[in-house]
Design a protein around this ligand. Structure first.
Ligand code: FAD
Length: 451
């Protein structure tokens, strides 16, 4: 059933006390809800709510929906946002509980008549948004703006209902006609923070995850290709370094299939996923690089990848919960011969399949929360085509483990590889040995993550 979609619901009457509810937009740069507050707002309360449901076991494999690495990255992000808000004389109110309970109480206490948030596009997030809207109704209105995509959905040159489910067709139809809207000025000042409400404390990892040993589980293996902290500060520093500092952008197309080290790809995904980094800011910096050093196939390719990111989100907007369905986006028959073999699945998640290229990547992902696009494709294809397990188990495990988990990019990429998603084709099986020879010819990656 497609999710209903309505465009931005801004209204003209200014509210004197406003809550900005932050979800996957954890930044001060390019933030419409901060940038458009205007002079008539007396006080603003930025709020982040840790929702316990996001840390609960998932319904496919019983793994925590947010595993230890992403939980730690999210905590760092929220702490960084709080510090950045404090640096401009504001603060971040942090709560732990269901937003539909927390926000109406807070709105009442604060006397807010408006709660602003960035619109979500996937079923669970929309359900929370709708519950919040309903619970707020007697007190305040919920005002939603777009902010998760590079391209505003209203700017699509085609109707959402006509969105092609194949990326190539989509790209051919829209790429030349799409414009990226200008970024909002960075938030350097805000209306007063209501200090009488306090700020709440960021929960410990143990409290968030319910596991006393969560700190140990969240430790990152020093061999990681993703040695980055959560938060806007680290995101902007990486963006600057990758694009302008070391100018790694200039050779991205040649290096992007690398496997070891931080330099072979941008590593921006985790900040993009929780909104510590705006995709439009990335776009603006790529254009700035091009103006100085010239455009080339690498600068184009990074934007091409961001178009894939938008595409998967727009697909989710179009097809709704079908991105999670075994029969896929077009209602195909589920993949045949799937084995409900939990022991086999556990061997895959432990990196003990006996296929060294696959096991190396699973170990990398377990120990760091990250692995490259190339390896994600290989381990997913192996689970689907060689082990013949239910692809949703693999997707759920990725959801738990990935530091950059994004519902659209994750589930739609799995669907794609399972042959039930966009560009649906049967038999998108990777020849793992051939992949290892092509991308790890000396076996360096496999040795790096061995044992
Ligand atoms: P770069 O190569 O530097 O690319 C720049 C940006 O483009 C990325 O940060 C990302 O935002 C976007 N991008 C690149 N490739 C893709 C892609 N195939 N699909 C969508 N966006 C892309 N990406 C996520 O952000 N979250 C996920 O949960 C996720 N799950 C995946 C699951 C599978 C099975 C596969 C095959 C891919 C998945 N990806 C996911 C896409 C991709 O692997 C990561 O975005 C990429 O590896 C992140 O590294 P990077 O930032 O260095 O990417």
């Amino acid at each position: 059933m497609p999710l209903s979609y309505a465009s931005t619901s801004a209204s003209s009457a200014p509210a004197r006390r406003v809550i900005v509810w932050l979800r996957h937009d954890l930044r001060l740069h390019d933030h419409e809800n901060f940038a458009t507050l205007g002079g008539l707002v007396e006080e603003v309360l930025p709020v982040y709510v840790f929702d316990p449901r996001e840390f609960a076991p998932d319904r496919f494999i019983g793994a925590p929906k947010t595993g230890p690495h992403r939980a730690a990255f999210l905590r760092e992000t929220v702490l960084d946002l709080q510090a950045r808000l404090r640096a401009i004389g504001s603060d971040l109110y942090v709560a732990h509980g269901p937003p539909e309970t927390v926000l109406p109480d807070l709105a009442q206490q604060f006397g807010a008549t408006e709660v602003r948030a960035t619109r979500e596009h996937t079923s669970e997030e929309i359900a929370v948004e709708q519950a919040v809207e309903k619970a707020l109704r007697p007190v305040a209105r919920l005002r939603l703006t777009e902010g998760l995509l590079l391209h505003h959905p209203d700017d699509l040159p085609i109707r959402l209902a006509d969105l092609p489910l194949g990326f190539s067709k989509f790209r051919l139809q829209v790429e030349k006609k799409l414009r990226v809207r200008a970024i909002f000025a960075p938030t350097n000042a805000l209306p007063a923070y209501p200090v009488r409400l306090g700020a709440g404390a960021v929960p410990t990892l143990a409290a968030l995850t319910g596991h006393p040993d969560a700190e140990d589980a969240a430790e990152i293996d020093p061999r990681t290709a993703h040695p980055f902290r959560g938060g806007e500060t680290a995101a902007l520093a990486r963006l600057e370094d990758y694009i302008h500092g070391r100018r790694l952008l200039g050779t991205y197309k040649q290096t992007r299939n690398g496997l070891v080290g931080e330099a072979f790809s941008s590593k921006l995904s985790a900040w993009l996923a929780n909104g510590a980094l705006s995709p439009r800011q990335v776009y603006a910096e790529v254009r700035r690089y091009e103006a100085r050093h010239g455009a080339n196939d690498s600068t184009y390719w990074l934007l091409f990848e961001l178009l894939w990111r938008d595409f998967f989100r727009l697909v989710a907007l179009r097809v709704g919960t079908a991105i999670f369905r075994p029969d896929g986006l077009r209602g195909q028959a589920p993949r045949p011969h799937q084995r409900p073999d939990r022991a086999l699945f556990d061997r895959w998640t432990q990196g003990r399949t006996g296929e060294p290229f696959v096991d190396a990547a699973i170990r990398e992902l377990r120990l760091t929360g990250w692995t490259s696009n190339r390896m994600r494709q290989n381990v997913a294809s192996y689970l689907i085509n060689t082990l013949r397990l239910d692809w949703r188990w693999g997707a759920a495990w990725f959801e738990s483990r990935l530091v950059d988990y994004d519902p659209c990019s994750n589930w739609a990429n799995w669907q794609y590889l399972a042959g039930t998603g966009t560009d649906a084709r049967e038999g998108r099986a990777f020849d793992i040995r051939q992949q290892a020879r092509a991308y790890d010819p000396q076996g360096a990656y496999q040795r790096y993550w061995a044992g």
